[in-house]
Ligand binder design. Structure first.
Ligand SMILES: [Ca+2]
Ligand SMILES: [Ca+2]
Ligand SMILES: [Ca+2]
Length: 448
């Protein structure tokens, strides 16, 4: 799911500190502990509630890339099995310190180049200027182990710093190649896992304090430029997009895994199936623009990892009991990576102010009706569960006091004013007035 189900405390703390400060309010007393140290609260909640996407397996830590800046393994190291990566069988790879592995030669480049136009054969969980020279940084490790009963080759970048010898921000990520020759010779799964993404850029790539500039890229390429043979995950080279501080698009809050994926749905995990040398179509889905409010659900966005075509009925919306039929409008476009993005909008008798009605929904992306490069279909049906609850601008699933505070700030505003919040505009007429007040009161403390 590309939308996240935010943790109530985290959102509330962050929103309050940013937007309201210590503004006196009739019942602000209860929020003071949160306001006192938002950072600590956020950190504590993350530690407690976010499951690890990284697979902590001893074999992946068996070999160490000594502390370095732009180094690589001195030779290609064994994968332990043979992987058919776009028609070329690979049994070894170079492990590079800067967040990638390559098949053709070691790579010392530290500023991430576009993966969609490169001639390099590369798999990059986080192509950026990793620097492990500081004793406060972890080191890069690699090796073979077993994942779900399959031979696997993994590279761990756990708590790694960035250039130049900086460790005030650390990243933890991992790439795993998993042997799936049980489904056909050379087949494998490519898995990217993220637990912590605090920096995105080295100081020599336009970054300041680990941020901005030529920021990291995530993806792969076989170096030919052929259709569907390269991919950059959305947010690559877009400063701020992949970071933990971006709770909408950050790597750790999103995933393309489905309930039928090995390991089920795990936020921070991205799996690409490579079958007969071709990466199978995969998709991620965002609610609205990826933000957390669920007060107004006006669109969904499905992003594919390659150009795809659709049979009719590829997208199906399961509506709650009692909700009138909803028709879907789908507009397909091509993103900067050359891959397909489908924007899904809603119409029908039950739509008010462009939004779905309150309730729990499921978007089904029907795998057999999505065709990618070489005719491969989407590996699995993707079922994305989401909800709509008018008033729930701090998307917790409940209309509570936190939402009410936001509503008070927006009440009697109109579009163009600083305190206007379109997520409260129930009937989409550009003003927030008694129409909305009545809707809020009718849902007081309601949950979906
Ligand atoms: Ca480096
Ligand atoms: Ca809420
Ligand atoms: Ca209105």
């Amino acid at each position: 799911m590309t939308f996240c189900m935010p943790l109530a405390g985290r959102w509330v703390g962050a929103r309050f500190s940013r937007r309201r400060g210590a503004r006196p309010a009739a019942n602000s007393r209860r929020f003071r502990p949160v306001l006192a140290d938002v950072g600590a609260v956020v950190e504590a909640l993350e530690d407690r509630n976010l499951l690890s996407a990284i697979q902590n397996l001893p074999g992946f830590a068996a070999n160490v890339l000594d502390r370095n800046d732009d180094g690589s393994t001195s030779s290609a190291v064994p994968l332990g099995f043979t992987a058919n990566f776009f028609g070329v069988s690979r049994s070894t790879a170079f492990v590079n310190n800067n967040g990638n592995i390559t098949f053709d030669a070691a790579l010392a480049e530290y500023t991430p180049f576009p993966l969609t136009t490169t001639s390099r054969q590369i798999i990059a969980p986080f192509f950026g200027d990793v620097d492990t020279r500081s004793l406060s940084s972890g080191v890069v490790t690699y090796g073979t182990d077993t994942v779900n009963g399959h031979a696997a080759f993994g590279v761990d970048y756990i708590n790694v710093g960035y250039f130049s010898v900086e460790t005030n921000k650390l990243n933890s990520f991992q790439v795993i190649l998993i042997d799936r020759s049980d489904t056909g010779a050379g087949n494998f799964d490519l898995e990217f896992n993220y637990d912590k993404v605090q920096w995105e850029t080295g100081d020599f790539s336009g970054g300041v304090d680990g941020l901005g500039g030529s920021s990291a890229r995530v993806g792969y390429s076989n170096g030919t430029g052929g259709a569907g043979t390269s991919f950059e995950l959305a947010g690559s080279a877009s400063p701020g997009a992949l970071l933990d501080t971006n709770t909408a698009t950050g790597l750790i809050y999103n995933t393309n895994t489905t309930p039928t994926s090995p390991g089920g749905v795990v936020n921070g995990r991205y799996i690409f199936q490579v079958r007969s040398g071709v990466v199978a179509p995969a998709v991620t889905v965002q609610v609205n623009d990826g933000g957390f409010q669920r007060s107004m659900v006006t669109s969904l966005q499905a992003t594919f990892n390659q150009p795809v075509t659709f049979d009719s009925g590829a997208f199906q919306l399961v509506t709650p009991v009692g909700v009138q039929a909803v028709s879907l409008g789908v507009v397909n476009s091509t993103n900067s990576s050359g891959n397909t993005v489908s924007t899904i909008t809603f119409s029908g008798a039950g739509i008010v102010g462009r939004s779905l009605e309150d309730g729990r929904y499921t978007l089904n992306v029907v795998g057999s009706r999505v065709h990618g490069v070489g005719g491969a279909t989407l590996a699995n049906d993707l079922n994305v569960n989401f909800y709509r609850l008018y008033g729930d601008v701090i998307g917790t699933g409940t209309d509570d006091n936190f939402d009410l505070f936001e509503f008070r700030a927006a009440y009697l505003s109109s579009v163009g004013q600083a305190n206007f919040n379109p997520a409260f505009d129930f009937n989409n007429d550009g003003v927030i007035n008694t129409v909305e007040l009545n809707q809020m009161f009718s849902r007081r403390n309601k949950s979906v």
